[in-house]
Design a protein around this ligand. Structure first.
Ligand SMILES: C[S@@+](CC[C@H](N)C(=O)[O-])C[C@H]1O[C@@H](n2cnc3c(N)ncnc32)[C@H](O)[C@@H]1O
Length: 356
């Protein structure tokens, strides 16, 4: 890297555009001969990894500049991006090299054709979400070593992603069965992914509508979290247990929203002001009526004063079971005048400055 920097700095001294283009083209040619590679270097002790292809784009921009002033402006920006960090404060994305993060989604429509099945990720737990959801959100809204809370942990998808990304995570689920599954997967992945000792993954069995869990977390795990990932039951679409405190057993939509509100209030007690939380939820049909669970829940949260930052619409990927009944549902939709659910929502909020 120092060698590259030296050459870039030498190019900065060029007096005319032709000389500058020549020097930059030489650097670019040398990189081309290396094929696609990851270049690792350190800024203030922090490891940075960039792709040669990304560097090539920056060099090409300099070469294509029409004036020496423009070319030098791009060159200075490139040197800065290799020697200085710029962070937004809520993640580890180096804004000086934002072009390198081409797998970070920034559009509000997320289409995934396949769930990530790497490591211990599995679709076995009925109702779990695809790992790409927590992966995207954790990278956007948390930094390494920060704490993530998941009050509907299920099989632990959020926690697996968190520990891979070296975020601490505390998760709660009402069912011991689910917590046991999560505990096993999390433990196995720690070995498989060589997760550093200092990254903590804590699982509690409990009722997230009950504020008792907050005190437990505050007294024995952490007094603050920096992100909350919420993936509640979509009311009664999947019955997760026979427990009356299970949100999937709510007797009405109002009861469901009120139980969710309790979980939200409890969880927000732990979230640092102005940090982010996300809710993943889908709608449902009841006796032929579309119940907009997502928007009803979103409005309830907005009414509490939290800032709605984004509504992401995510597709439902086709599963084998769905593919087998596709024709039947298409017929029913055409005959009954309705549409088949193919999407769910990810609502992203910023916690208000007020406590709740
Ligand atoms: C949609 S699933 C979450 C799946 C999870 N995101 C995953 O990928 O495995 C909802 C979970 O909420 C849990 N749950 C329902 N009511 C709860 C409550 N009051 N407190 C804690 N967990 C609850 C259910 O047991 C279920 O595991």
């Amino acid at each position: 890297m120092t060698d590259l920097l030296k050459k870039l700095k030498k190019a900065e001294a060029a007096e005319n555009i032709a000389d500058l283009r020549l020097l930059i083209s030489k650097i670019s040619d040398e990189l081309t001969s290396q094929n696609e590679q990851l270049i690792e270097f350190y800024i203030s002790g922090q490891k940075i990894v960039i792709k040669t292809s990304s560097l090539q784009k920056d060099l090409q921009q300099i070469i294509d500049s029409k004036t020496i002033e423009r070319a030098k402006y791009y060159l200075k920006r490139l040197i800065n991006s290799l020697t200085e960090f710029k962070f937004s404060g809520i993640n580890d994305i180096n804004l000086n090299r934002w072009r390198d993060y081409d797998d970070i989604l920034t559009d509000s429509l997320w289409i995934f054709n396949k769930r990530d099945s790497s490591g211990k990720h599995t679709a076995q737990y009925w109702g779990n979400f695809i790992p790409q959801i927590p992966n995207q959100l954790l990278r956007r809204y948390t930094k390494k070593s920060e704490w993530v809370l998941d009050p509907f942990l299920g099989s632990g998808t959020t926690m697996l992603e968190a520990q891979r990304l070296e975020r601490n995570c505390v998760g709660i689920d009402l069912q011991k069965k689910a917590a046991d599954v999560a505990r096993k997967l999390v433990k196995e992945e720690r070995v498989e992914f060589n997760v550093p000792e200092n990254v903590k993954s804590k699982i509690l069995v409990g009722d997230s509508t009950n504020p008792a869990f907050v005190n437990k977390i505050k007294s024995s795990i952490t007094d603050k979290v920096q992100f909350i990932m919420m993936h509640p039951p979509y009311w009664d679409i999947i019955k997760f247990s026979g427990d009356k405190n299970d949100l999937s057993n709510a007797s009405s939509e109002e009861a469901f929203l009120s139980m969710f509100e309790k979980v939200l209030d409890n969880s927000l007690d732990l979230l640092e002001p102005e940090r982010y939380f996300a809710v993943v939820i889908g709608d449902k049909y009841s006796k032929g009526d579309w119940i907009p669970l997502g928007f009803d829940l979103m409005n309830m949260i907005k009414a509490k004063g939290h800032k709605l930052k984004s509504i992401v619409v995510k597709n439902f990927e086709d599963t084998t079971a769905k593919r087998n009944t596709k024709d039947l549902w298409r017929y029913r939709a055409i005959a009954g005048g309705f549409y088949i659910f193919k999407h769910e929502y990810i609502f992203i909020f910023q916690k208000s400055k007020r406590k709740k």
